[in-house]
Design a protein around this ligand. Structure first.
Ligand code: CP
Ligand code: NVA
Length: 309
């Protein structure tokens, strides 16, 4: 466990497959304890500062409830209210918060801001979503996959839609863990070379595959997991009308679900736009695990905090 303490959680690519597996196992244990009513105050007296420059339901509640359940406390810092929002540099914010708290979570736009925060912070920094990555989501997703499928390695995961922060982290985390990842996105919205290079490198080590295709039905064929996310992420609201046209064929609906393995599960990080990236019927249907997935943010975030703080 010693090798986690003090580390940042900014990208899953900074961890080995064994370490990611261990984090999933710790999350499972913490979940089982909570369900059995067994307290686990392993972070007694510790404080997590949580900086948000974007909205959040799941991430905020999972970190805040999670740190409390671990015996510590969380401090919600809206960027609008702290001096960061009035132009205080992130480097100074990092040095000040580090002297008072035991960990810092940040959700923001620029990934560089997360990196700058971490560089100047003496306590662990957790990436609660940037425009580039969403690693805490994917740790919870790996937990959900392990719970429902009994394993992670060797499964086929097809992501349909925009190659955004969630898709990027799925590519990194999934390829580390030996999943075969297929991304179905339209031209111009496919993963950037920086992510694909890392994912291909991971896949060659874990003996798995990573592919980008344009046809969503072909991509879904035989998939164990279908995954999607919104077509316009936070900060892209002004593009939402044009994106609705471009992404119209990239919807998880009955046809796409029918192409997948008959026991495939359907995942979405939420919040969802029903009728856009996924139909109401599929997200409410028996193969959807989206609320189990959302709950698992709590258990996964607790594992991250318990290990790095
Ligand atoms: N999936 C996710 O990160 O949800 P929130 O934006 O509600 O935190
Ligand atoms: N891709 C989405 C995920 C929200 C949890 C966004 O960045 O808005």
């Amino acid at each position: 466990k010693g090798k986690f303490k003090g580390r940042d959680f900014i990208t899953l690519n900074a961890f080995t497959a064994e370490e990611i597996s261990y984090m999933v196992d710790v999350a499972m244990e913490l979940k089982a304890d909570r369900n059995a009513g067994i307290p686990h105050p392993v972070l007694q007296g510790k404080v997590l500062a949580m900086i948000f420059t974007k909205s959040s339901t799941r991430t905020r509640v999972a970190f805040e409830a999670g740190i409390y359940q671990l015996g510590g406390s969380g401090m919600f810092l809206s960027a609008r209210d702290i001096q960061l929002g009035r132009g205080e540099p992130i480097q100074d914010t990092a040095r000040v918060l580090s002297r008072m708290v035991d960990g810092i979570m940040i959700r923001t736009f620029s990934h560089q801001e997360v990196l700058d925060l971490a560089e100047h912070s003496s306590v662990p920094v957790i990436n609660g979503l940037s425009d580039f990555l969403h690693p805490t989501q994917i740790l919870a997703d790996l937990l959900t996959i392990k719970e429902t499928k009994g394993k992670i390695q060797g499964l086929k995961l097809t992501y349909i839609g925009d190659s955004n922060n969630v898709a990027n982290s799925l590519l990194l985390g999934g390829s580390k863990m030996g999943m075969n990842i297929v991304i179905a996105s339209p031209q111009g919205y496919q993963p950037v070379p920086e992510i694909m290079d890392l994912a291909w490198k991971n896949a060659s080590l874990s003996r798995s595959t990573v592919q980008i295709v344009e046809d969503p039905v072909a991509a879904a064929r035989g998939a164990d997991i279908l995954y999607t996310d919104v077509w316009a992420s936070m900060g892209q609201e002004e593009q939402s009308e044009i994106r609705k046209k471009i992404f119209a064929p990239y919807q998880i609906n009955d046809e796409v679900l029918g192409a997948a393995h008959p026991e495939a599960i359907v995942m979405h990080c939420l919040p969802a736009h029903r009728g856009e990236e996924i139909t109401d019927k599929v997200i409410e249907g028996p193969q959807s695990v989206v609320f189990q997935e959302a709950e698992n943010r709590l258990h996964a975030h607790k594992a991250i905090m318990a290990l790095v703080m």
